[in-house]
Design a protein around this ligand. Structure first.
Ligand code: SAH
Length: 211
């Protein structure tokens, strides 16, 4: 899976993608992440891409053409899905991640900033408005990382053990590790007995209740 990220701030991705599971997935070539900065696609002397909105209002809007040219640069990818990040888009969830992983080899994600991107970008290419939640952030970089993270863990071999994929097994939101008992301010904290019982049937049942 290759993610093509269109962003004014590619460096925001560095530390998150470098570490842990995603870092390893990139190293192992299970996923690939490419960046395209709309600033590299403007003829403006100062590489300026944000302008005042038509119709008035606060904030700035990112010009359409530099974004369109950035998308063009990702092309040649037959099966690319284009995601236009927007707080009012379709809600992203596990199911969306799963379907996207199954049906596409390339995902293009357009990260807005300020008041967003000139809407004509959406006329030039077929794409889908997607939101990561019912709140407004300052830009699309975090949402893009949410999508990269969630889609990547659906890819076989990205999670150390494919069985780690929560959706495909009984997973509890309540988890415990050693030690079995610890003391804090004169109170003892114990691991639920059933988890130490070795009785897998009982353990599965407990996990189902503590989802
Ligand atoms: N005035 C705009 C808000 C822009 S927020 C509006 O009401 O739509 C700036 C950019 O951050 C957006 O263009 C989008 O790319 C990104 N963004 C902010 N919140 C988001 C969310 N919940 N989901 C996806 N993208 C989001």
């Amino acid at each position: 899976m290759t993610f093509h990220i269109i962003t004014l701030f590619p460096e925001m991705f560095d530390s998150y993608l470098k570490e842990s599971i995603l870092g390893r997935a990139i190293e192992d070539k299970k996923i690939k992440i490419k960046f395209y900065n709309p600033r590299d696609f403007t003829k403006d002397r100062n590489r300026r891409i944000d302008r005042k909105p038509y119709g008035g209002g606060p904030g700035m809007v990112i010009e359409a053409l530099p974004v369109i040219k950035a998308i063009e640069k990702t092309k040649g990818k037959k099966k690319a899905k284009i995601i236009f990040l927007s707080p009012s888009g379709k809600q992203f969830d596990n199911n969306y991640a799963k379907k996207t992983e199954k049906n596409y080899s390339d995902i293009i994600i357009i990260c807005g900033r300020y008041e967003g991107v000139d809407a004509r970008v959406k006329k030039a290419f077929k794409m889908e408005d997607v939101s990561v939640g019912d709140y407004v952030l300052t830009g699309g970089e975090l949402p893009a990382m949410v999508i990269i993270d969630c889609v990547s863990r659906q890819i076989e071999g990205v999670l150390g053990d494919f069985n780690s994929l929560e959706e495909s097994r009984v997973a509890s939101s309540e988890v415990y590790t050693r030690p079995e008992v610890f003391e804090y301010r004169n109170k003892k904290y114990k691991v639920p007995k059933v988890l130490l019982s070795g009785d897998h049937k009982k353990i599965e049942k407990w996990k189902k209740i503590h989802k």
